[in-house]
Design a protein around this ligand. Structure first.
Ligand SMILES: [Zn+2]
Length: 297
């Protein structure tokens, strides 16, 4: 297994470090941190998809206007999953599975670019996104991005639901689920609140366990630091939370896990540019021995 960290929705919102905690000027950086996993027996697996080719070619009316005005994503076809994957020498149909943390417009845009892939998501997310009850629901969930929903494979993650059982634990996080059709080193870790069916995705790679925590938090300080996002980002995060107390509970459980002495797992979220840089560098350093060999040859 090989894991690639891809930013499939780089954004440049205004707000500087009030938004991302680091940028000195008026413009901040946010990422859309997705994973491309080369598995041994299951082809390529994507974890989240960022913006899709159609989104960047024709953002209106596919994407919610006020979110795009706030986030100012760089809508560049060469930064979509399909173009990045082709540039790496793969074919779109090599992507056989897509595992979604949730279906928000900045995560689900690439689904329609991979019609051959099976899409794995939680049952709670599929139900809520299909219902689209509130104005926020209708802004965040964009059915035009989804392609054929007959290929959705849902996983029941709600405790107490018939047939759900109690699941396993992952470093103390409860109710973890295997994903049918995928090996047991790729798991759903329910972290609801940002959306009703939001889940982290745990992946056991060559260097141990990773947990892609999706939008459980937006800035590294929330999970790894003082506990609070920079103020402008915190306001956006609050606005987008389907259930803020539930999201807080998920974040507190994640923080408790990170404090445990046996938590041998690298945790990162979708939109933090510093976490993205750190994970991408860490993952690339896997290949350092190869480079050294090549240099010696
Ligand atoms: Zn997001």
């Amino acid at each position: 297994m090989k894991i690639h960290h891809l930013d499939l929705g780089p954004a440049r919102p205004l707000g500087g470090r009030l938004m991302d905690g680091v940028s000195p000027g008026p413009v901040a950086r946010l990422t859309c941190h997705c994973l491309l996993i080369e598995t041994n027996d299951h082809g390529l697996v994507l974890v989240d998809t960022g913006f899709g080719l159609r989104d960047v070619m024709r953002p209106t009316p596919r994407l919610p206007g006020w979110n795009i005005a706030l986030l100012r994503p760089r809508l560049d076809p060469d930064r979509t999953a399909i173009r990045r994957i082709k540039a790496m020498g793969f074919q779109p149909q090599d992507v056989r599975h897509i595992v979604m943390t949730h279906l928000d417009f900045d995560h689900a845009g690439g689904l329609v670019d991979f019609p051959h892939a099976t899409v794995h998501l939680t049952a709670a997310e599929a139900e809520a996104a299909t219902d689209r009850r509130s104005w926020l629901d209708r802004a965040r969930w964009r059915p035009a991005q989804w392609g054929d929903t007959a290929r959705w494979h849902t996983v029941e993650t709600r405790l107490g639901t018939r047939g759900s059982g109690s699941g396993e634990t992952f470093f103390g996080l409860r109710n973890v689920r295997e994903i049918q059709g995928l090996p047991d080193d790729i798991l759903f870790v329910p972290l609801p609140g940002h959306t009703p069916g939001h889940a982290g995705v745990a992946v056991k790679g060559p260097r141990g366990w990773l947990l892609h925590a999706g939008d459980t938090y937006f800035n590294r300080a929330e999970a790894h630091g003082a506990g609070f996002a920079p103020p402008l980002l915190a306001a956006y995060e609050r606005m987008m939370a389907a259930d803020a107390p539930m999201q807080r509970d998920s974040l507190l459980r994640l923080r408790a896990m990170l404090r445990a002495p046996d938590a041998d797992v690298a945790v990162f979220c979708t939109h933090d540019p510093v976490e993205f840089a750190a994970m991408a560098a860490w993952s690339e350093s896997d290949y350092a021995p190869l480079t050294a060999q090549r240099l010696a040859a």
